[in-house]
Design a protein. Structure first.
Length: 223
């Protein structure tokens, strides 16, 4: 949020930090492939000496805060960036348990379950909604080729970033009204995109830069 909802009353905006990522699992493995035992020497030479490595990451989503609009203050209270009221039942999930596909992404929040708060601070807490999670795999295969007895060697590397070409979702659009004066509901509210539209997307932002699959080849001389 750009400002406090109620000036000089920070308690109103207590909630999850914008960078609160509860689960963050990152793992990696390096495996020296066993040397084959084939009858033909050239096959052993070509297939031996390879190493593969994998880095994988599974991360939960960041908190998001749903607001009426980010342009004008609430005329009845003077609140800027006032949060929304949730119309669902007690204990009901704020986001859709099964997000439905939309062009370029999914519908993460149901607009019918929210409305602008009039005359009071909205009952949806700051950072109360969890955004979509992320996952990604990077893969590499390499081989060291000895060039001399003195230790010089040539290393060949093939690296695959975002191995499965998986597109992670951005944070959902959080501004409920597209026109605060007329009260027109933003048609993009609650939609999380795959990064096709950077206006509403965090695609490519840290801590998980995640563009489409990239493949690079490299040679390194060590001596």
């Amino acid at each position: 949020m750009a400002t406090f909802t109620r000036q000089f009353d920070a308690r109103v905006d207590r909630g999850n930090a914008n960078f609160d990522q509860r689960q963050n699992l990152v793992f990696n493995t390096i495996w020296d492939l066993p040397k084959p035992r084939m009858r033909t020497p050239w096959a052993n030479e070509i297939l031996g000496g390879w190493t593969v490595s994998v880095i994988g990451a599974y991360r939960s989503g960041f908190p998001v805060t749903v607001i009426s609009n980010s342009i004008l203050a609430d005329p009845t209270t003077g609140f800027l960036n006032n949060r929304l009221d949730f119309l669902g039942g007690h204990g009901e999930s704020l986001n859709l348990p099964s997000p439905t596909p939309v062009p370029g992404g999914v519908q993460w929040l149901d607009p019918a379950l929210f409305r602008p708060a009039v005359g009071h601070v909205g009952n949806v807490g700051r950072g109360a909604i969890r955004g979509p999670g992320f996952w990604n795999y990077d893969f590499a295969v390499l081989r060291n080729i000895r060039l001399s007895e003195g230790g010089a060697r040539l290393q060949f590397r093939a690296e695959f970033y975002n191995l499965f070409n998986h597109a992670n979702l951005s944070a959902p659009v959080t501004a409920f009204l597209s026109d605060p004066v007329s009260g027109t509901v933003n048609p993009d509210f609650g939609k999380a995109y795959y990064g096709l539209d950077r206006t509403f997307s965090r695609f490519g932002d840290l801590p998980l830069e995640n563009p489409s699959r990239r493949i690079q080849l490299g040679l390194r001389l060590e001596f």
